[in-house]
Every structure is written in structure tokens, then in C-alpha cells.
Design a binder for this molecule. Structure first.
Ligand code: IMP
Length: 176
């Protein structure tokens, strides 16, 4: 059990998340029937979403991860991105679905998509659990969106505030 130091307001219940993840997996599986899909998770936030999504997929799946760091404070991306852990699979000619926890400014994904396009995958899609458009700076087309949540700092189901709350089964807004 984690010590809850902040006032957390429930935003998405665990059952709601699980139902939506199942729908996303079905949709992606339908779109890539007969193909093998590489799910490429962005650490650390996507680790729980990715594991649930992967287990619901109905086509063969391989998994890989990247870890990206952005300079600036931990709650907002600066756009200056470095890849601190690269993917290990060869993505050339593959069907790649990038799995992200939350798209906020879009700067992180913008950088990653540029990098991945240069690996020459056959298909390159984005699946994000949460699209939070309020602070969007980069034009990003998210192919599969779990939930649109307009604003707020969210934790749980992989999302953290100072590394806390990642393992909560639901998603909450932190009242900072
Ligand atoms: P951006 O789209 O480049 O601004 O950054 C997205 C990343 O910022 C996400 O993958 C999260 O790691 C982090 N982030 C943005 N908004 C939130 C939030 O509400 N809660 C937790 N992490 C967030």
C-alpha cells in the first residue's frame, strides 16, 4: 500500500480503464490482422498500460521499450529530448505501435516519431491511453486514444508524481 501524501480526486476507475484497453487492443488487432505487431512502450509511464494492452492483443506481438528524458522540470517537457534507452528490435519493415501513457505538449512523441521514421518501419502508429490537449505544442496525430482528458496532473496506472502513485489501479488528479 502506498502512502498517499496528496489529495487525489478519482478520474478513471480501474474497470473503465480495463474496458477501454480491451477495446483498443481489439481495434489495433483488427487493423493489423495477419501481421505481427511490435508494441514499443515509452518508459516508465507506459509499463502498466502496455502490459495490459499486450495481453489483450489478438495478433502476434513483440514488445520493446525506449526511455526518453527531457530537460526541464519533471512535470513539463522542454522539448530537448535524449534517448537514454534505445529499442533493441530492428524495426525496419515492421508494424510498430508506439505505446504512450499520456500525450501532453506532444514534444516527446514528436521527437520519437522523427527518430522512428528513420528506422523505416512499414507501419508506424501511436496508441496513447490519455490525450491531454490543453498544453499541446507539437502537432501530433494519435491513432488510438484511450481517453480525452482536457487538463490536470494525473497519476496512477503507470503515471507518477515524483515517482509516487504509479501502481494505483485507477487514475486520479493530484490536487497540487
Ligand atoms: P509531452 O507530451 O512531451 O509533454 O510529455 C509527455 C510525458 O510527460 C508523459 O509521457 C508523462 O511522462 C509526462 N506527463 C505529462 N502529463 C502528465 C500527467 O498529467 N501526469 C503524469 N505525467 C505526465
Amino acid at each position: 500500500m502506498q502512502a498517499l501524501e496528496h489529495n487525489l480526486t478519482p478520474v478513471l476507475a480501474p474497470e473503465q480503464i480495463q474496458a477501454r484497453v480491451a477495446e483498443l487492443a481489439a481495434e489495433i488487432s483488427r487493423d493489423f490482422q495477419g501481421r505481427e505487431v511490435v508494441l514499443l512502450g515509452i518508459l516508465k509511464g507506459a509499463f502498466i498500460f502496455m502490459s495490459d494492452l499486450a495481453r489483450r492483443m489478438e495478433v502476434p506481438v513483440k514488445v520493446d521499450f525506449v526511455r526518453l528524458a527531457s530537460y526541464g522540470d519533471s512535470s513539463q517537457s522542454s522539448g530537448q529530448i535524449v534517448m537514454t534507452k534505445a529499442h533493441e528490435l530492428d524495426l525496419a519493415g515492421r508494424t510498430v505501435v508506439v505505446v504512450e501513457d499520456i500525450v501532453d505538449t506532444g514534444l516527446t512523441l514528436n521527437w520519437l516519431m522523427d527518430h522512428l521514421r528513420r528506422q523505416a518501419p512499414q507501419d508506424l502508429k501511436i496508441c496513447a491511453l490519455i490525450d491531454k490537449p490543453e498544453r499541446r505544442e507539437a502537432q501530433i496525430e494519435v491513432d488510438y486514444v484511450g481517453f480525452q482528458i482536457p487538463r490536470g496532473f494525473l497519476v496512477g496506472y503507470g503515471l507518477d508524481y515524483n515517482e509516487c502513485y504509479r501502481c494505483l489501479p485507477g487514475i486520479y488528479e493530484v490536487n497540487l
